[in-house]
Design a protein around this ligand. Structure first.
Ligand SMILES: [Zn+2]
Length: 240
């Protein structure tokens, strides 16, 4: 299977990202080793509510700060429930709600991706398996019934070699990766591991670069049904 990368997702009418926010967000980390204070806002799972894990010691709140040992303890609790998912500091879970202008394209984004029912139907009709999240957008007090959040799995796919070739530094304690080339273009330095992509995945977020990869069926559906707010181009930088 080949993949395309999503080059553009449309924000709302004013050009700003949607102000959507998750009902649960993991705290940020203050690393005792590298001294970084960080959270990753771009990873979220709107289909999975984990409020019940609070009684097991998982804490929420983006303005909460924990150290890397505590973050790892909470991560283990979450992964025991949901499997080996990627959940860095700041990961969002559960109901995703926010505000949007008008008119909305088929795809719009900002702390999550919303798609129109038309787009969801078109993707499903071309064989894409989608996970629909919980949440909604509002315009004023009115709920927008045409769009729903999609949940794309997130995971690091960039190879060690391609990270080393970029201008990155990594902390082995808290896992932060920082550097000047933090947002690569499709022509950028990154090479992704194909073997980590789940079988039948229609879309996946490469977690280091926040690159969205979509399957052939997804890209085909975007073109055939002229879905708006999204632009996809072929991606071929996979490890041999
Ligand atoms: Zn660190």
């Amino acid at each position: 299977m080949t993949f395309s990368t999503v080059q553009r997702l449309q924000f709302n009418r004013s050009g700003r990202a949607l102000d959507a926010e998750y009902v649960q967000r993991l705290p940020r980390v203050h690393c005792t080793q590298c001294k970084s204070l960080w959270a990753k806002g771009s990873v979220g799972y709107p289909a999975w509510d984990i409020a019940h894990l609070e009684r097991l010691g998982v804490r929420f709140g983006v303005y909460e700060t924990v150290d890397e040992v505590e973050m790892e303890r909470m991560r283990r609790i979450i992964q025991r429930e949901l499997g080996p998912i990627y959940c860095p500091p700041g990961t969002g879970f559960g109901h995703l709600s926010g505000r949007a202008g008008y008119p909305l394209p088929d795809f719009c984004s900002g702390n999550g991706i919303f798609a129109s029912d038309r787009a969801i139907e078109a993707l499903a009709s071309e064989g894409c398996e989608l996970v629909i999240g919980k949440g909604e957008l509002k315009r004023g007090k009115k709920v927008i019934t045409s769009h729903r959040p999609l949940q794309f799995p997130a995971m690091p796919l960039a190879t060690e070699e391609s990270l080393d070739a970029g201008d990155y530094e990594r902390c082995k304690f808290c896992g932060i990766i920082f550097g000047r080339k933090i947002v690569p273009s499709a022509e950028g330095v990154h090479v992704f591991r194909r073997d980590l992509i789940p079988v039948n995945a229609s879309a996946i977020v490469e977690a280091v670069s926040c690159t969205i990869l979509v399957s052939d069926e997804f890209a085909y559906a975007v073109r055939k049904h002229a879905l708006t707010g999204i632009e996809v181009i072929p991606w071929n930088r996979f490890e041999d």
